[in-house]
Design a protein around this ligand. Structure first.
Ligand code: ADE
Length: 232
């Protein structure tokens, strides 16, 4: 892989990687800054896409059209959907689905996008395996899991919604960009992986600690992504 696009929604999720970029060149498009340079010896383009499915999809398209990336890595935080996946742990995507896509009144299963061949977008197996291998090396104090990423334009913070998502989609974590990044990567035939560190349990618990957990989780992810660059 010659050039990797790295996307994070929030400043917290990309600032550390941007600070480590060598020979950074900035291009602005759609109000977003694309940072080209070398990260750990690899040509990369890093962008803070902003929150949600539309912002993140736009950035994948720009990474494909303007920067000719041949893989996309999404880094950031997420809410856990499994009891065994704790705050601080990392989930690497097996696949990703837009949990708020719902055309069920017309007979489609939740999450299914009518008139598309795929709605559960599979991550690139090599990227998944390498991410897990690197995570075990650089973050030995936490656990890393493979699993389905559920994305929607909603911050999930109720046990009821969480339970519905688990029952409907059997996901491992929930966030707001991974599946739209996967969707856009699929349409452009670009391999992708989502790497998310758990910042909360998606059930409204432990609100007071969220900012602290979020920061520690983002740091785990950044460390993994940086160390992934020289082996892909
Ligand atoms: N990002 C981090 N935690 C989240 C949650 N609970 N729901 C959606 N996005 C998130």
């Amino acid at each position: 892989m010659n050039r990797i696009g790295i996307i994070g929604a929030m400043e917290l999720e990309v600032e550390e990687l941007i600070s480590k970029l060598e020979n950074a060149k900035i291009t602005e498009k759609t109000g977003k800054k694309f940072y080209e340079g070398k990260l750990n010896g690899k040509d990369v383009v890093i962008v803070q896409c902003g929150i949600g499915k539309v912002n993140s999809a736009i950035c994948v398209q720009l990474l494909a059209d303007l920067f000719d990336v041949d893989a996309v890595v999404n880094t950031g935080v997420a809410g856990s959907l499994r009891a065994e996946i704790n705050i601080g742990d990392i989930v690497v995507s097996t696949d990703a689905v837009e949990h708020d896509m719902d055309v069920s009144p017309l007979g489609y299963e939740p999450g299914i996008i009518p008139q598309m061949e795929e709605s559960f977008f599979k991550a690139d197996r090599k990227l998944v395996e390498k991410a897990i291998e690197v995570c075990k090396k650089v973050n030995p104090d936490i656990s890393v899991y493979e699993g389905r990423v559920l994305s929607g334009d909603q911050f999930i913070s109720s046990a009821e919604v969480k339970d519905r998502l688990i029952a409907t989609f059997d996901g491992s974590c929930t966030e707001m960009e991974g599946a739209s990044i996967a969707h856009c990567a699929y349409l452009n035939k670009i391999p992708y992986v989502v790497i998310r560190a758990i910042s909360d349990k998606a059930d409204g618990s432990a609100h007071m600690d969220y900012p602290e957990f979020e920061r520690a989780a983002a740091a785990h992810c950044a460390k993994l992504v940086e160390n992934l660059m020289n082996i892909i």
